[in-house]
Design a protein around this ligand. Structure first.
Ligand code: SF4
Length: 894
């Protein structure tokens, strides 16, 4: 089946489009056109499990907001016109300014087949390596660290290792929220073997802390020093595997000399941890043979990310804990196909099939295999450099596929300005309105998840099929088709004559095996001649899968066999200096990251009311001491500022936050909030080895946002923009929920509410004013239906928000029931459930707290009473947190 054929309506086995866990899904079409999503019990990544995002996928596949037709300068055109123009403008730029005057910026959301074709066009035929990917933002430092140590970008282990380990060290990884199914697997393994130990190394006590036996609240970027010290400790306590070091590695003495150059006092200073904490961790690591160290964005998104990765790998090499069941360093990727992108050369400094653009032998292999007309001979521009080049006018034509750099790149305002100034911008995407799309000269409608066909690779090297189960809407076409069509128009018809993703996959698989003979890690040559039927039926498998099946094992490097010239792993002597810390002007360190129920810039998850219920506006977490110093209370609005930009966020005060740090999530865009783009604050500081930006280490100041008027509203339709100084919108069943604030007071609040809802003559208005208390509540009804309810206050609005969003779905047959709306509180028989904790079963924090107060002492008891935590399980850590926050039973009874 190709991406363009009409799929049948039976259950389809496919793969989740969100995180790098890569869960298998079953998508079942309903008779009424809906889709039921469940976990695939046979998929080896998740064995039927899902998280809240995966299980809500069925709510995100509607056509609302989709880009369905090609457009030039915002006018609908046919495909030929759009593709001709793209080919013409790219060819003109190349002819006039050379191949390096054009660029592609692609995405870990692309399928491997899309990625392969885009990379082949740029590196093999245009003759530039100016193709980079948003995966640069999430795991380039792991790639660089792997290549320095192993000679190849190889993830040695498998997910099963987390279950088999006696010690799992989670570094800069909020596994509970960012890789929830892996967290569920770890949680189940620990429940079965309580003697298993988990250490969390993270500046914040994230939800992952609930599974940890030890939490080290490390100072930002203190990890390199911590693991450097660990290497020295392993030597001092004679816990090295000298035979492994001797037989399979090089560079040990240099790395050890560097590690021994820092004292315990220095490590304590660099990490902010006590010497007792550090020694306790070192002891545990030293005495536990079966140790897995999992690391993610907290390690990678740093100006010293590659050194951190190598500091971790050094400790595993020194103990021979690599490639064995239950032992190894383990990088988990953010995106669903970040690994696939790495494999086909989606990074500007790589060639396809894990080959090296700076290696003449590799260039020769790829060049001959592709029959390349103009193979790139040097690395291209990495993401941050690429957009700087756009801003400087060096890039004349840019094609962005399946990503939103105007929000996700650091120094996001400068990236927007660069896009604005670029002579020719093409954007292929599924949504019509993003902060990037508004700068496109040509908009190309792409197929979305559920409509496209191809493969993805997850964090454990497992290749799975993503399959179409929905028809292609409008004129949307696959990304690989779009690229192949442009290539054809640029004169490369023969080399891009693909008729299906299966044909592309065959070519890619053959390239991995071409003149390989065990010299390269990535080999799926067994699929070089896979039939269309076998591709359609392909089951998930881990590479390598060579044609001669010479390396069928699941793990790498237990017996050496590294992909360096002499086959030995390289220890790396890393630097231990932390980057610049906060100063008087910008005293706080801004840590950015993800929330449990949102994905990237919310183009998909933002459509789900269930997911929006968990966190419905930009928020920042701050320690009580810092909040007191700044003068903000829980629920206030705050400005977060530095020399690069500004955002406004709701304050959440939490002891889980480290003093001196503030956390804000990366998800909000101009579509969902005013001033919610956190990456506007992040400077373009990069790791000089990997090119990955330090997205977790901006310095900022936080001040209260003073407003004359605060508001909350629920509306059947998005409210009219009336010049609010702050607003944030989120989907609710039956409409929207909106938070807002104004700097200036309003003389006539009722009139203002009328303007916001664009009141019509048919609407009936109900008002309640409390002048002494400084509050006003105004509701609009059209017949039995609530059109909008507005709550104004001189302070942040206190109203039962979840209850109010439910009123949008209520039929007000009895006019007296309308007074309940302006009361802003549910009646006694309908208690306010509070903010959503369990999004699968819509159970709120108040309900869980009440159940805990009345005797449900653990998560399972809450599950029995309310159902919360019994579906995908992503909320179990939060439920435990609510239980823990309850006063002891004796106190409750007094
Ligand atoms: Fe999707 Fe959740 Fe699985 Fe990640 S853990 S792949 S988001 S279902």
């Amino acid at each position: 089946m190709t991406a363009e054929t009409e799929p049948n309506l039976s259950t389809t086995r496919t793969t989740c489009p969100y995180c790098g866990v890569g869960c298998g899904l079953l998508a079942k079409r309903d008779d009424d056109g809906g889709t039921q999503i469940s976990g695939d019990p046979e998929h080896p990544a998740n064995f039927g499990r899902l998280c809240s995002k995966g299980s809500a996928l069925g709510e995100t596949i509607g056509l609302e907001g989709r880009l369905l037709y090609p457009e030039i300068d915002d006018q609908r055109v046919d495909w030929d016109e759009a593709l001709d123009l793209v080919a013409e403008r790219f060819s003109e730029a190349i002819a006039e300014h050379g191949p390096d005057s054009v660029a592609f910026y692609v995405s870990g959301q692309l399928l491997t087949e899309d990625y392969y074709v885009a990379n082949k066009l740029m590196k093999g035929f245009i003759g530039s390596a100016n193709i980079d990917t948003n995966s640069r933002l999430c795991m380039a430092s792991s790639v660089a660290g792997h290549r320095r140590a192993f000679g190849s970008d190889t993830v040695p282990g498998t997910y099963e290792d987390l279950e088999l380990a006696d010690l799992v060290v989670l570094v800069g990884s909020n596994l509970a929220w960012c890789h929830p199914v892996l967290y569920q697997r770890l949680q189940a393994a620990k429940a079965e073997r309580p003697e298993m130990r988990v250490v969390l190394i993270d500046p914040r006590a994230t939800m992952t802390e609930h599974i940890a036996d030890m939490h080290l609240a490390i100072a930002p970027d203190g990890d390199a020093a911590l693991f450097g010290g660990l290497l020295a400790y392993l030597a001092e306590t004679q816990n090295l595997d000298l035979a492994y070091i001797e037989r399979h590695t090089e560079g040990f003495d240099g790395a050890m000399a560097s590690a021994q150059s820092i004292s315990l006092e220095t490590i304590a200073d660099q990490t902010g941890l006590s010497e007792t904490e550090i020694e306790a961790f070192y002891r545990l690591f030293a005495e536990t043979d079966k140790t897995v160290t999992v690391y993610s964005q907290g390690v990678n998104q740093s100006s010293i990310g590659t050194d951190k990765v190598n500091a971790i790998i050094n400790c595993h090499l020194a103990t021979g804990r690599i490639g064995r069941p239950g032992a190894g360093p383990f990088s988990v990727t953010g995106q669903p196909n970040a690994m696939g992108g790495r494999e086909v050369g989606g990074l500007a400094n790589m060639l396809a099939a894990h080959m090296d653009i700076e290696n003449a032998v590799d260039r020769d292999i790829v060049g001959r295999f592709w029959r390349a007309r103009n193979l790139a001979a040097k690395p291209g521009l990495k993401a941050v450099e690429l957009f700087q080049a756009v801003g400087e006018g060096r890039i004349k034509a840019l094609w962005i596929m399946a990503t939103n750099p105007a929000d996700s790149m650091p120094d996001a305002d400068a990236v927007e300005a660069a896009l604005q100034s670029c002579p020719f911008v093409v954007v292929s995407d599924v949504v019509s309105d993003t902060d990037t799309m508004r700068h496109a000269n040509v908009k190309l409608p792409a197929l979305a998840w559920g409509e496209k066909d191809g493969t993805v690779t997850n964090s454990e090297r497992r290749i799975s099929r993503q399959r179409a189960f929905l028809p292609s809407p409008g004129k949307a076409r696959a990304d690989w088709w779009q690229v192949a069509q442009v290539a054809t128009r640029m004169g490369f018809a023969e080399e891009f004559a693909y008729d299906s993703p299966a044909a592309i996959y065959r070519e890619y698989a053959a390239l991995t095996g071409f003149e390989n003979a065990g010299t390269r890690d990535l080999d799926v040559g067994a699929h070089g001649d896979i039939s269309d039927a076998a591709y359609a039926q392909m089951r998930p498998f881990q590479w390598p899968l060579a044609a001669d099946n010479a390396k069928p094992e699941k793990r790498f490097f237990a017996d050496g066999g590294y992909y360096t010239p002499n086959g030995k792993a390289q220890f790396v002597a890393v630097a231990f200096e932390r980057p610049k810390r906060a100063d008087n002007e910008y005293p706080l360190t801004l840590n950015t990251g993800r929330l449990r129920d949102q994905w990237h810039t919310m183009t998909r998850t933002g459509k789900s009311p269930r997911l929006a219920g968990h966190t419905s506006e930009p928020h920042c977490e701050i320690h009580p001491k810092d909040a007191a110093d700044i003068g903000v209370n829980d629920g206030d609005l705050a400005r977060i500022q530095n020399e690069h930009g500004e955002m406004v966020a709701r304050v959440h005060i939490s002891e889980r936050q480290r003093i001196g740090s503030v956390f804000a999530s990366m998800h909000w865009t101009d579509q969902f909030a005013a001033k919610g783009r956190v990456n506007a604050l992040v400077p373009s500081v990069i790791d000089l080895v990997s090119g990955q930006p330090a997205l977790k280490h901006a310095t900022v100041c936080v001040t209260p946002m003073h407003a004359a008027l605060f508001g909350f509203a629920v509306c059947a339709a998005p409210p009219v923009d009336t010049g609010l100084d702050y607003w944030a919108m989120a989907r609710a069943d039956g409409g929207w929920r909106v938070e807002f604030a104004r700097a200036e007071p309003m003389a006539d609040i009722a009139e203002y509410a009328r303007m916001m809802i664009a009141s019509t003559a048919e609407m009936e208005m109900l008002t309640y004013f409390d002048e002494a208390g400084g509050t006003a509540r105004i509701a609009f009804f059209d017949g039995r239906r609530l059109e909008g309810a507005f709550f104004f206050s001189l302070r942040p609005v206190d109203v039962a928000r979840v209850h109010m969003t439910e009123e949008l779905m209520t039929s007000f047959d009895d006019p007296r029931a309308r007074f309940r709306v302006v009361a802003g509180r549910p009646s006694a028989d309908r208690p306010d459930p509070g903010p959503v904790v369990c999004s699968c079963l819509s159970v709120g924090a108040n309900e869980i707290a009440m159940a805990a107060a009345s005797g449900c002492g653990d998560v399972d008891a809450i599950g029995t009473a309310l159902g919360a935590g019994t579906s995908c399980g992503s909320c179990r850590a939060e439920i435990q947190g609510i239980i823990n926050a309850q006063p002891p039973v004796a106190a409750r009874q007094s």
